[in-house]
Design a protein around this ligand. Structure first.
Ligand code: GAP
Length: 543
C-alpha cells in the first residue's frame, strides 16, 4: 500500500473512531484541546480490554511455580497503583528535573512553535539568491511542502517553480544551518526562527494553598516507572517476593509535548503499562532478552500483523547514559511515511541506575562509571533518600543492588495500533443482493468492545422474546448487546464497524428447531447452532 493510500486509510480510521464513539477530541464543544483525547463508549471498552489483557497476561495469570519458555528461572509478578503527584525529589534524583526536555524553536513571525529535531530542509537557490527551506512534515509530504515553501520564499509563480535549483538532499536543521538563511515552515521570509531552547516536558503544579516559591513546585508524573522504584522496598518488605520478581503498574502519565500530533500517538495525557523487573546483575542480560521476546510475542498473539511490526535494537549511540541495552517494538502506523515506524513499547536494560539514584542521588556517567553528580562545593546536586535499596540473596549469600529490566508500553498507542491494524474494507451483498462496501474492525475477540450481538430477524412472530432470553443468558458471561432496530443487514454493518466478532440471529427456524445462526465477522460464514449451546460455544472461543 503506498503512502497516499495509507494516509487516506488513516483519515477513514479517525473518522470511524469519532463516528462510532471510540475516540473524541477532549473538550470538543469548546473547540478541543490539542494533545488531549477522550474515549467514548466503544473506545473505553476497547482500551479496558487491552489493559485487562496486559494485566492478566503479565501479572494476574502469571504462574510463579513454573519456568516460562525462554526465561532463566521461575519468577514472581505483583501489581501496584501509585499516585500521579509524588515528592519533587523523585524527579530530581531520577534525572527528569534536569534532563527531561526537548529542544524547541519559535517563529517570531507566525508565533508558531516547533520541535527542533522535527525540522528539516534543503538548500535551494533561484537567480543567485539562496535559502534553506524548512519543513516540519516528514516523508513524501515533506518534499511537496518544500516545493511550495520555496516558491513562496522566492516569490515565484507556479510556472517558475521548475527554475528553483535544489542543492542537497534533506538534512536536519540542527546540521549547522545558519538560522538567518532558514525560511521557517510557515514564515514568509527567512531569518524568523529563534535559537533553539530547552523545554522541560513535565507539567508543573503547586501543592496546598500556601505554596509560593520554587521549592513547592510539584510535577505530574511523566512515567509510572518512578512510583515502582520508590516502592521497591515497601513491596519487598510486605509481599515476601524474592528477586527475580517484577512489579507492574498501569496508569496515567503526562508530558507537555511541544507538538502533539498524529491523533492519539503523541498526546499530553496518556496511559502507560509498565513493568520494572528486578533481577541479579549476573543474569540480567538473559532477562532482558526474555522480556524483549515475550513482549514482542504479546502483540502478535493479540493479532497485530507481523509485517507491520518491527523489533529494533538501539545502537550504542542511541542508548541513554544509564542503559545497557534497549529495544523498541514499533508499528508501521498509516500516518507515517513509507518505511517509517512509530514506537509502541520500549524494553530497556537499565542496570542498577534507578535504585541507586533513589539511594544515593542523581547519577551521571563519568569515565564509564555511574557516580553521584556534585555541585562546585562537592555536594550532591540532588540528594537521594539515603534508604538502603540493596537486596540480600539468602541462597547465594550475597548482597547486591538489583538490575532492572523495564518493558514500558503505551496503552493509547497500543489501542491506536490495534485500531489501525483492525480496519478493513471489503464488499458484501446487501439485503437486496447488490454489492455493498463493508467496513469492519478485525479485532481479536479478547479486545473487541462487544463480543456478541443478539438480533431477532424481524420485530414480530415471537422472535424478539426468544432473542431477549438468549441475550440475558449471555450477558453474565461476556459483553453483548441486543439490537432489533432497522434491517438485519444494517444491524450486521453496525456490529462489523464496532468490531463485534459474532452475531446471533433468531429467525423463523429458531422457533421450530431451537437453533440460531452464528455469523462470523471476518469470514461471514453463518452456521446454525443449538440455542442451548451458544453460551458454552462462545465462552470456549473467547478463552
Ligand atoms: N519509563 C520509561 C518510559 O516512560 P518512554 O519510551 O518515554 O519510556 C514508554 O515511554 C511508552 O509510553 C512509549 O513506548 C509509548 O508507547 C508511550 N508514550 C510515551 N510518550 C507518549 C505520548 N506523548 N503519547 C502517547 N504515548 C506515549
Amino acid at each position: 500500500m503506498n503512502h497516499q493510500n495509507d494516509q487516506q486509510r488513516m483519515d477513514k480510521i479517525v473518522s470511524l473512531a469519532k463516528r462510532r464513539g471510540f475516540i473524541f477530541q477532549s473538550s470538543e464543544i469548546y473547540g478541543g484541546l490539542n494533545g488531549f483525547w477522550d474515549y467514548g463508549p466503544l473506545g473505553v471498552a476497547l482500551k479496558r480490554n487491552l489493559k485487562d489483557a496486559w494485566w492478566k497476561d503479565m501479572l494476574e495469570g502469571h504462574d510463579e511455580l513454573s519456568v516460562p519458555s525462554g526465561a532463566p528461572s521461575a519468577f514472581e509478578m505483583v501489581g501496584l497503583d501509585c499516585t500521579i503527584i509524588m515528592h519533587p525529589q523523585v524527579w530530581k534524583c531520577s534525572g527528569h528535573f534536569d534532563l527531561f526536555h526537548d529542544w524547541m524553536i519559535d517563529c517570531r513571525e507566525t508565533k508558531k512553535r516547533y520541535r527542533y529535531d522535527h525540522l528539516q530542509g534543503r538548500w535551494a537557490s533561484f537567480r543567485g539568491k539562496k535559502l534553506f527551506v524548512v519543513t516540519d512534515q516528514s516523508g513524501d509530504e515533506a518534499l511537496a511542502h518544500l516545493q511550495t515553501r520555496a516558491q513562496k520564499g522566492f516569490g515565484l509563480r507556479a510556472k517558475q517553480a521548475g527554475d528553483i535549483v535544489w542543492e542537497n538532499d534533506m538534512i536536519s536543521l540542527a546540521n549547522n544551518v545558519s538560522l538567518d538563511d532558514a525560511l521557517g515552515p510557515d514564515a514568509s521570509e527567512p531569518g524568523t526562527l529563534t535559537q533553539p531552547r530547552e523545554f522541560n516536558l513535565m507539567f508543573e503544579t503547586k501543592i496546598g494553598a500556601l505554596a509560593s516559591d520554587d521549592d513547592d513546585r510539584a510535577f505530574l508524573r511523566p512515567e509510572t516507572a518512578q512510583g515502582i522504584f520508590v516502592n521497591f522496598k515497601n513491596v519487598l518488605d510486605t509481599s515476601r517476593v524474592k528477586v527475580p520478581f517484577g512489579i507492574g503498574q498501569i496508569g496515567k502519565s503526562f508530558r507537555n509535548e511541544i507538538t502533539p500530533r498524529n491523533f492519539t500517538f503523541r498526546s499530553r495525557e496518556f496511559e502507560q503499562m509498565e513493568i520494572e523487573f528486578f533481577c541479579c546483575p549476573s543474569d540480567s542480560g538473559d532477562w532482558y532478552r526474555y522480556w524483549r521476546d515475550r513482549r514482542w510475542q504479546w502483540y502478535l498473539d493479540l493479532g497485530l500483523t507481523e509485517g507491520r511490526l518491527q523489533l529494533r535494537e538501539h545502537g550504542t549511540d542511541e542508548l541513554s547514559h544509564y542503559s545497557v541495552g534497549t529495544a523498541d517494538i514499533e508499528y508501521a502506523f498509516p500516518f507515517l511515511a513509507e518505511g517509517e515506524f512509530g514506537e509502541l513499547e520500549g524494553i530497556a536494560h537499565r542496570g542498577d541506575f534507578d535504585l541507586r539514584s533513589h539511594m544515593e542521588g542523581k547519577l551521571i556517567r563519568q569515565d564509564g562509571q555511574l557516580v553521584v553528580e556534585t555541585d562546585s562545593t562537592g555536594k550532591p546536586t540532588h540528594r537521594g533518600s539515603g534508604k538502603d535499596l540493596s537486596y540480600f540473596d539468602d541462597v547465594k549469600r550475597e548482597r547486591f543492588v538489583p538490575h532492572v529490566i523495564e518493558p514500558s508500553a503505551g496503552a493509547d498507542r497500543a489501542v491506536l495500533a490495534f485500531l489501525c491494524d483492525a480496519y478493513h474494507e471489503d464488499s458484501v451483498p446487501d439485503d437486496g443482493g447488490n454489492a455493498r462496501k463493508r467496513t469492519f474492525l478485525k479485532l481479536h475477540p479478547r479486545l473487541a468492545p462487544i463480543k456478541a450481538a443478539v438480533l431477532p430477524l424481524v420485530k414480530k412472530d415471537g422472535m424478539p422474546e426468544v432473542a431477549i432470553e438468549l441475550y440475558k443468558e449471555l450477558k453474565p458471561h461476556m459483553t453483548c448487546m441486543y439490537d432489533e432496530k432497522s434491517s438485519v443487514g444494517r444491524r450486521y454493518a453496525r456490529q462489523d464497524e464496532a468490531g463485534t466478532p459474532w452475531c446471533l440471529t433468531v429467525d423463523g427456524q429458531t422457533l421450530k428447531d431451537k437453533t440460531v445462526t452464528l455469523r462470523d465477522r471476518d469470514s461471514l460464514s453463518q452456521e446454525r447452532v443449538p440455542i442451548d449451546d451458544v453460551v458454552s460455544l462462545l465462552k470456549e472461543r473467547l478463552s
